[in-house]
Design a binder for this molecule. Structure first.
Ligand code: HEC
Length: 170
């Protein structure tokens, strides 16, 4: 090997060594930063906590023959969603309370206020059938937007008509 080659290899080894050292330093630095910046955030994240709990919790969900295992019964999803579904109001008065009063009670968003004779007179003049239809199907007039069935599209038309009667009677 010539002297030049030896010289080259020496330099090459030093450069390689420096690169490896730099890589280790960058690795250590990123670990350190990651720990400082992310670890606490992860620890306080409720989702992470839940996953940790599910992994480290006591595996108590084991059915034992001859014992009361009712707590382990898998509840059908349907039952849960049926419980959260909105109940259909009993009559027009009740529907008014839950679906119409929000706007018509105070005359919000351009809604004719319940009991305001002047606001209702020109509407009543259109005929009750027209009012029923607008309440059921929705209506955009000159003062605002009346949503179909006041947003309760799950209730029968008859109930909405009863609610209109209720508004007109107040
Ligand atoms: C989001 C607010 C809002 C809710 C909730 C709402 N209304 Fe209205 N309603 C309006 C507005 C606004 C108008 C006026 C529209 C116009 O004339 O520009 C109106 C108009 C009406 C009219 C008159 C329609 C016409 O032809 O002049 C009737 C009847 C009526 N609503 C009934 C009801 C009933 C019944 C309910 C409950 C089931 C209900 N509204 C719920 C906003 C609402």
């Amino acid at each position: 090997m010539s002297k030049q080659d030896t010289h080259f290899f020496n330099i090459f080894s030093v450069v390689l060594g420096l690169l490896v050292l730099a890589a280790i330093l960058i690795f250590a630095l990123s670990r350190h930063l990651g720990h400082a910046l992310q670890f606490t955030a992860l620890q306080t994240d409720p989702m992470v906590a839940r996953v940790m709990e599910s992994r480290t919790g006591i595996p108590a969900r084991i059915a034992v023959a001859g014992q009361d295992n009712t707590a382990l019964v898998i509840q059908p999803v349907v039952a849960a969603s049926a419980g959260t579904a909105l109940a259909v109001p009993e009559n027009g008065d009740a529907l008014y309370e839950v679906a119409c009063k929000a706007c018509h009670g105070e005359g919000l968003a351009g809604a004719p206020k319940t009991g305001d004779k002047a606001a209702w007179a020109p509407r009543i003049a259109k005929g009750k059938e027209m009012l029923y239809e607008h309440a059921v199907k929705g209506f955009t007039g000159t003062t605002g937007v009346m949503p179909a069935k006041g947003g309760r599209t799950d209730v029968p038309d008859e109930l909405v008509k009863a609610a209109v009667d209720h508004i007109l009677a107040l």
